[in-house]
Design a binder for this molecule. Structure first.
Ligand code: ADP
Ligand code: 5GP
Length: 201
């Protein structure tokens, strides 16, 4: 893994990126969609690469860059990623270019990544702030994942298994700058927005 290549914090903003992580199905995308809609000029999403198949409604270059494993591996070889990992049978990664593109538009970059990516970003000098979103319980998490209707029995099992590990990791003191429980959606949003705006004001 290489951490020497950093996207320059160019453009009008030199504010550090914000990393949102959570077990899959907790509500990251739901809350970030609201954040971007409420502050369209302020934040920009770091569009990751993944080898998973697009879900219904997902658009190339918006939620993800959807690529083949061969393309992903050639990007790894070309040192294109700030961080990357395998999750639930697929590759996911944040490219240097994804973060640079947001900074160049003068926006605060927001990353939606899982635990291994968090560990890798922590080893860079991006100076990121880390927010962890917690489900009220594993039972609620299961029912959100089921309710989203995107998972097979197998991928649901993998995601729930991984959720236990991610929740344990999040208990390590100092790993995250802010922990928010996503029980009531409006309350969780207010807390997230309030924290993030306090960082940039
Ligand atoms: P993530 O991006 O973390 O994988 P999503 O944003 O896709 O999670 O949310 C998973 C599912 O849970 C979605 O169907 C979403 O509508 C629902 N959801 C998110 N937050 C809440 C909440 N606070 N209460 C009830 N359902 C929620
Ligand atoms: P999903 O398949 O549900 O979109 O995402 C699965 C998991 O991968 C989520 O926890 C999400 O945060 C994480 N993820 C998305 N993009 C990246 C990335 O670029 N790097 C890493 N490490 N995780 C990612």
């Amino acid at each position: 893994m290489h951490f020497t290549k950093q996207p320059p914090m160019t453009g009008p903003t030199k504010l550090p990126p914000i990393v949102l992580s959570a077990p899959s199905g907790t509500g990251k995308s739901t809350l970030l969609t609201r954040l971007f809609a409420s502050h369209p000029e302020t934040f920009g999403f770091s569009v990751s690469h993944t080898t998973r198949k697009p879900r219904s409604g997902e658009v190339e270059g918006v939620e993800y860059h959807f690529v083949t494993p061969e393309t992903f591996e050639s990007l790894i070889e070309r040192d294109a990623f700030i961080e990357h990992t395998r999750f639930s049978g697929n590759y996911y990664g944040t490219s240097v270019e994804a973060v640079r593109a947001v900074a160049e538009r003068g926006r605060v970059c927001v990353l939606d990544i899982e635990m291994e990516g968090v560990k890798q970003v922590k080893r860079t000098d991006l100076g990121a702030k880390f927010v962890f979103l917690k489900p009220p319980s594993l039972e609620v998490l299961r029912s959100r994942l089921e309710g989203r209707g995107t998972e097979t029995e197998e991928s649901l099992g993998k995601r729930l298994e991984r959720a236990r590990v991610e929740l344990e990791f999040a208990e390590v003191p100092g790993v995250h700058d802010k922990v928010i429980v996503n029980d009531d959606l409006d309350k969780a949003y207010e807390e997230l927005e309030g924290y993030i705006l306090s960082l940039i004001s």
